[in-house]
Ligand binder design. Structure first.
Ligand SMILES: [Zn+2]
Length: 586
């Protein structure tokens, strides 16, 4: 069979001929792949920088620069890719998402956008049909306030899905849900069971039977009894989610709360063992699962380390964070703490402008954990490489974080720790100064603008809403910041949606919230590439297109820097490449 040679674009053939050096002594390395013929944004400087060609060899970037110089790396085995006017960028880096949690939801019924209870029940009945006989029938993503009845389904309604198999629904926030008779029975809960601290089971008016809905820790008590994801279910959850992440241009994903489910660690260990992941996964262990996750990570690190004299193992035993490598695409990079709630439970120093539904009088949200718990976490992790990620929306929560950082610095000294202020929705100028001093990085959630912006304006008032997610303020001060989707809080891990929200700040109703905090498209791209790599401390290998870095790439159908800003959200990811290998293509 004749050897098939892919035709080179004409301009490259001409250059290859023109550039053949006579009497050259040192051979240029031959590329595996050479990209040209479109916009190639390197993201390596403070302003846009575009090159003509990029060459890849052995999963790393070999060359970026002119087409003429790139031609030196052409060989008979080189695949030449003509971008045909499309745009090549560094692969997107997830700075706050929940890929494992998302994957588990993927296996469950999709309840996003369900308009009413009959529709929800119908979706759950379809789910029953595809759930193994011994499995729970679970659905995720409804929102009671968006449904016609304005409430969660009851136990009786869920019993119509199945009378004898456990049925559980969880709303989009993940904090509220409901179960049927069989699920409560499986969890050993009756109307006589006391409410756990920090949660409650709804009961009928007579108090003698369960109504179905439950909140927070009560929901966890039932959810925790669901049989763990194992075998093909565990495979499907994580590979399905990784496919979705890759389809949105991610070459690095994140699970920013491993341990939310009691089978999370098992699912990830299975993925490592079976080498299931096509893209990298950065993990931050949930506060309550920190010790279990570190123990698991130590076992994995030992398993995959060379053992000449055991020194490395002895070091790792004392400092599991010493192993900063990805092992089969997984790395434990941080820990995660929740300091406050979401839009209607954020912890502020000043009261809400409009009291959220279900609250009375002056309301300023509330804290989730005592200072001592956070201080102890900083004492333990500040001197290590495990980054501390803290969920916070209100400024009182940011104060709590900053006080804990200050104490850690006093005790252990300044470190290049880069604590992550997750969401950091509303910060005061004095707090931004303190963040600068301690090297904190905020990862903003532009979903607070699209689709949440209209509620933010109403609840927090126009002034706080305008200054929320202060990307422009950070940009002006020369400070790093990133954008994240927090999927499944955003129903899809769309990165173009983040760029759109950061650039346009236009809410669902069309209002521009805080026009002064809009940023140029280039800065928004940095927030998901170069600055994102910085946040997770992987800037040496990721985030920009430079020789020696990983060939983690994404191809878009249009250049976000050239289109009308209002149309950024319509740009499509065409291909995602992880270390030189295509992991998604449309
Ligand atoms: Zn989150």
């Amino acid at each position: 069979m004749p050897h098939v040679i892919r035709p080179l674009p004409v301009h490259l053939i001409a250059l290859a001929i023109a550039c053949l050096p006579l009497g050259r002594t040192v051979e240029a390395q031959v590329a595996d792949t050479l990209y040209s013929g479109g916009d190639i944004l390197t993201m390596r400087g403070p302003t846009a920088d575009s090159v003509e060609a990029l060459a890849v060899k052995d999963g790393r970037i070999l060359f970026v620069g002119t087409a003429a110089d790139a031609a030196k790396h052409l060989g008979p085995g080189t695949t030449s890719v003509d971008l045909a006017g499309k745009t090549l960028l560094p692969g997107f880096i997830d700075t706050h998402g929940h890929m494992v949690y998302f994957g588990k939801n993927l296996v469950d019924a999709d309840l996003f956008g369900t308009p009413d209870i009959p529709d929800l029940v119908a979706r759950m009945k379809r789910q029953a049909g595809r759930t193994p006989a011994d499995g729970w029938i679970v659905g995720f993503g409804y929102q009671a306030r968006e449904m016609r009845e304005g409430r969660t389904a009851t136990l009786e309604e869920l019993d119509t899905v199945s009378a004898d198999r456990p049925v559980l629904i969880v709303d989009r926030s993940g904090h509220l849900g409901a179960a049927n008779t069989a699920a409560f029975k499986a969890a050993g809960i009756s109307a006589d069971s006391p409410d756990p601290a920090g949660g409650s089971f709804s009961r009928k008016a007579d108090g003698r039977s369960l109504l179905g809905p439950m909140e927070e820790t009560a929901l966890n008590a039932v959810r925790g009894r669901r049989p763990p994801f194992t075998g093909t279910l565990a495979d499907e959850a994580i590979t399905g989610a990784a496919r979705v992440w890759a389809s949105h241009g991610h070459t690095t994903a994140q699970e920013a709360g491993l341990g939310l489910g009691n089978d999370d660690i098992g699912i990830v260990l299975n993925a490592i063992d079976r080498q299931l992941l096509p893209i990298d996964l950065y993990i931050a262990a949930k506060d309550s699962a920190v010790d279990d996750t570190i123990a698991a990570s130590y076992t994995v690190a030992s398993q995959y380390s060379a053992k000449p004299d055991g020194t490395r193992e002895k070091l790792l035993a004392r400092r599991p964070d010493l192993d900063k490598r990805y092992i089969n695409r997984v790395r434990l990079g941080g820990v995660k703490f929740w300091l406050d709630g979401s839009i209607d439970t954020a912890w502020f120093t000043q009261p809400y402008t409009t009291t959220p539904p279900g609250r009375t009088g002056s309301f300023s949200g509330y804290r989730q954990i005592p200072d001592e718990v956070l201080d102890a976490a900083f004492d333990r992790f500040w001197p290590t490489n495990l980054q501390i990620n803290m969920h916070m929306n209100g400024d009182a929560a940011a104060d709590q974080a900053l006080a804990a950082v200050a104490k850690a610095i006093r005790k252990h000294g300044m470190r290049d720790h880069r604590p992550v202020f997750v969401h950091a929705s509303w910060l005061r100028p004095d707090q931004i100064e303190k963040m600068k001093a301690c090297g904190a990085v905020p990862t903003f959630l532009p979903a607070g603008i699209v689709p949440g912006g209209d509620s933010v304006v109403k609840l927090w008032g126009p002034e706080r809403a305008a200054g929320a997610m202060a990307a422009r303020t950070f940009l002006r001060a020369g400070l790093p910041f990133t954008f994240s989707h927090d999927a499944p809080v955003s129903p899809t891990p769309s990165v173009l949606a983040l760029i759109d929200a950061g650039v346009n700040r236009r809410t669902a109703s069309g209002v521009v919230v805080g026009p002064d905090e809009r940023i140029p498209p280039y800065a928004a791209l940095q927030a998901v590439t170069s600055m994102a790599a910085y946040q997770i401390k992987e800037e040496a290998t990721k985030g920009t297109l430079e020789p020696g870095k990983l060939a983690d790439l994404v191809i878009l159908d249009k250049n976000p820097l050239r289109v009308e800003p209002a149309t950024i959200k319509d740009i499509r990811v065409l291909e995602t490449i992880k270390e030189g290998r295509t992991v998604f293509s449309r």
